[in-house]
Design a protein around this ligand. Structure first.
Ligand code: S3P
Length: 433
């Protein structure tokens, strides 16, 4: 998978307001978890509205390689769970493609099996840090080898008997937490993760939904090994990370009003709404409900005059994937926006601080890079330019949103990378105008 290839998309700036309603693609984080946890549950799991995108297909294929049957029909994805101990040795190297979530969550799962496995990914993923999961998994007894002593893919995993540990990840990471919780399902004793800042809790919610006791005491999230997961119906909400592009596009294009339906509103994912409201964004949540233990709702967005803000601290893990498009909103705001405490942006699919600063500058924005974020000068008149996604789906979509409010045409190279999370992004954007 080359994450974007040579596809170029053109966005016409100032082409009028956005109007209408959309249901964004299903949540990527929840879909990964449903594929893995459904696969090791007992009995069948029906995943309604499973996201079919490159990343989640990587996870699904990995589970299939280990003997899990998963078939898509009109009702959803039907997974035949093999139980905690039912996975079988994959006959080939597992390819996580561009997906960090696949690679990290599976490293936790593979560590605890009674077989050998090997895991790799595309050129972008092979550069990303794996020691954040490898180190604590080794402390649980895992036997993992790999490049740079296991810091980079490819990894070879010799499945082992694990024991629970108490661990506090040095960085706020739901992937690390999840890898350890999955490994903890197989470990002797209790596995406890102590988070400095809370990260998305989809794993905890789904484990509970499938019948596993997940304890939350003080700052710790814990479970005991050996609990079995019971298959059921998991209904996946729409992804707030995908909705975010349309929220910002509607805010910055005068006269816009859109309705975004069935969006997952897990409080550990809604940082982007809090930030954009603080900037002056007119965003209403209507029709609130719940789907398989996750809050959902419809979002109404109307174009607004935005003001720069300071963003840092606990809101960062609650908005981490949306910060590229928040940077775009900041370009169209009055006054300066400062993003700090966001060094994690530098180890995403690409270095998203560098990518957003350099690509938006091509459109006339003034952005100062900081080690842990950026300072964005507001109220710039952006001009359409030829930009690159740098192989990163979120950079591609954020630049497209920037292009909607710019003068002239914005060309985005490597636009095909959107297939990682939102395959028909450009068609949906065009339909709203
Ligand atoms: C994810 C966690 C976050 C996020 C990523 C998906 C997950 O990564 O950026 O897109 O599904 O657990 P980190 O765990 O690295 O923060």
């Amino acid at each position: 998978m080359d994450s974007g290839g040579k596809v170029i998309e053109e966005i016409e700036g100032g082409a009028g307001p956005l109007r209408g309603e959309i249901i964004p693609p299903s949540d990527k984080s929840i879909s990964h978890r449903a594929a893995i946890l459904g696969g090791i549950a007992t009995g069948e799991t029906l995943v309604e509205d499973f996201l079919l995108s490159d990343d989640t297909i990587s996870t699904l294929n990995a589970m299939r390689m280990m003997g899990v049957s998963a078939l898509m029909d009109s009702k959803g994805l039907l997974i035949k769970g093999v139980g905690l101990r039912g996975l079988t040795e994959p006959p080939d190297v597992i390819d996580a493609g561009n997906s960090g979530t696949t690679a990290r969550l599976l490293t936790g799962l593979l560590s605890a099996q009674s077989f050998f496995s090997a895991l790799t990914g595309d050129a972008y993923l092979r550069k990303r840090p794996m020691h954040r999961v490898v180190e604590p998994l080794r402390a649980m007894g895992a036997d993992i080898r790999g490049r740079e002593n296991g810091a980079r893919l490819p990894l070879a995993v010799i499945g082992s008997e694990l024991h629970g540990i108490e661990y506090s990840p040095p960085q706020a990471s739901a992937q690390v937490k999840t890898a350890l919780l999955i490994a903890g399902l197989y470990a002797e004793g209790e596995t406890v993760i102590i988070e400095t800042l809370p990260t998305r809790d989809h794993t905890e919610r789904m484990l509970r939904y499938l019948g596993v006791e997940v304890l939350k005491q003080g700052g710790g999230i814990g479970l005991r090994g050996g609990a079995s997961l019971k298959g059921g119906v998991i209904s996946v909400p729409a992804d707030i990370s995908s909705a975010a592009y349309f929220i910002v596009a509607a805010l910055i294009n005068p006269g816009s009003e859109i309705l975004i339906k069935k969006v997952g509103l897990n409080p550990l994912r809604t940082g982007v709404i809090d930030i954009l409201r603080e900037m002056g964004g007119d965003i209403d949540i209507v029709e609130k409900g719940e789907r398989s233990g996750e809050p959902v709702g419809d979002i109404v967005v109307r174009s607004s005059s935005l003001t720069g803000v300071e963003i840092g601290g606990a809101i960062i893990p609650r908005s981490i994937d949306e910060l590229p498009v928040v940077a775009v909103a900041a370009c169209y705001a009055e006054g300066t926006t400062v993003i700090r405490d966001a060094a994690e942006l530098r180890v995403k699919e690409t270095d998203r601080v560098r990518a957003m600063a350099a690509e938006l500058e091509k459109m006339g924005a003034s952005i100062e890079e900081r080690e842990d974020g950026m300072v964005i000068g507001g109220k710039e008149r952006l001009t359409g330019a030829r930009c690159s996604s740098r192989g990163d789906h979120r950079v591609a979509m954020a630049l497209a949103v920037a292009g909607t409010g710019a003068s002239g045409v914005t060309e985005i190279e490597g636009a095909g990378s959107v297939s990682v999370s939102f395959p028909d992004f450009f068609a949906v954007l065009r339909n709203l105008r």
